[in-house]
Design a protein around this ligand. Structure first.
Ligand SMILES: NC(=O)c1ccc[n+]([C@@H]2O[C@H](COP(=O)([O-])OP(=O)(O)OC[C@H]3O[C@@H](n4cnc5c(N)ncnc54)[C@H](OP(=O)(O)O)[C@@H]3O)[C@@H](O)[C@H]2O)c1
Length: 299
């Protein structure tokens, strides 16, 4: 099986690369810089295509003779203006090219952010009305995938992770962290108090489980069109803040404010992803490992 991965040099992309290789697949890594692939650049089953997705209108040639395309690249830019236009254009081109090249299946790394503003209980089939630029950008990408599939025999699958946590795929490999958790780390490093609201939290995603889900979706017989890819359990911000303080060995106080309203904490349904992965996931250990690395960066 041959899969092309865009954004293969990114935080999640590198984990996907490793997972696909471990499953015996041949992988084309579409990257801007081969150097960012670290040890994977020398793997015999990795074919590297160096290309800027914004410079290359069409990547049909690169996609020929592939069974699957995983689009994990994200075009970053000035918030509120650039990503929507630039990322949307790239997503549209990638999936149109995949359909044109005869790729049987495309998987899109979307985000649980498409569900904002969050409701009490959210599932894959809910109508989307994203109100922020990032959520709208990712929802737009999902639509472009649907559009490319309409005119072809390509199957399109959307994966929506929450905040992704875990160490990089190799030492020195790309790493990202949720903005809120990064803020907590900065506060703890400075010894300043961290404020959280009682009972609020998020369902996190372990980066290795996200990569496993992507690999399974490149192979699955009858996949669903969309999967939320998050833990079943909500990890409270208070617990995360205390973990941050502990891992950084910080004197910071964790201040817990009462919730203003009695509304339930928003929750994503996880039955679909659990059926794919064979059970619920728990990203707490991945978060701790991630925090240890961030703590080292602060020492
Ligand atoms: N991280 C999370 O918590 C999270 C949560 C939910 C969803 N997601 C989604 O998952 C996907 C991957 O996220 P990530 O955290 O792995 O992000 P990342 O580390 O920033 O990776 C983005 C990738 O896109 C590539 N890229 C950017 N502009 C490009 C261009 N013009 N041409 C070719 N490649 C380009 C980057 O290449 P360079 O290495 O050259 O910069 C990088 O490999 C994104 O679509 C994101 O929306 C992430």
């Amino acid at each position: 099986m041959r899969t092309l991965v865009t954004g293969a040099s990114g935080y999640i992309g590198l984990h996907i690369l490793r997972e696909l290789l471990a499953a015996g697949q041949e992988v084309t890594a579409l990257v801007r810089s081969r150097a960012k692939l670290g040890p994977f650049a020398d793997e015999p089953r990795v074919h590297v295509v160096e290309s800027d997705l914004e410079q290359n209108g069409w990547i049909v040639d690169a996609l020929l003779h592939h069974d699957a395309c995983v689009h994990a690249a994200l075009i970053w830019g000035e918030p509120e203006t650039e990503p929507e236009a630039r990322d949307g254009a790239v997503v549209a081109q990638v999936f149109h090219a995949a359909a044109t090249a005869g790729v049987a299946r495309s998987v899109y790394l979307s985000s649980a952010a498409v569900h904002r503003p969050f409701a009490a209980v959210m599932g894959e089939d809910d109508p989307l009305r994203p109100t922020d630029a990032y959520g709208a950008t990712k929802a737009c990408g999902e639509r472009w995938l649907g559009r490319a599939c309409e005119d072809s025999s390509m199957t399109g699958i959307v994966l929506r992770p929450g905040p992704v946590v875990g160490p990089p795929a190799f030492e020195g490999g790309a790493l990202r962290i949720d903005r809120r958790i990064a803020e907590m780390v900065d506060l703890a490093a400075a010894g300043r108090p961290i404020e959280v609201v009682d009972g609020e939290g998020r369902q996190l995603s372990d980066v290795t489980e996200v990569a496993r889900a992507v690999r399974l979706l490149t192979e699955a017989d009858q996949p669903e069109p969309t999967y939320l890819c998050v833990d079943c359990e909500i990890l409270p911000w208070e617990r995360i803040a205390r973990m941050v303080v502990e891992v950084l060995d910080s004197p910071s106080e964790v201040r817990v404010r009462p919730r203003d309203e009695a509304a339930p904490v928003p929750r994503f349904r996880t039955d679909r992803i659990e059926a794919l992965l064979g059970g619920p996931t728990n990203a707490e250990a991945a978060l701790r490992a991630h925090l240890r690395l961030l703590a080292e960066g602060h020492r």
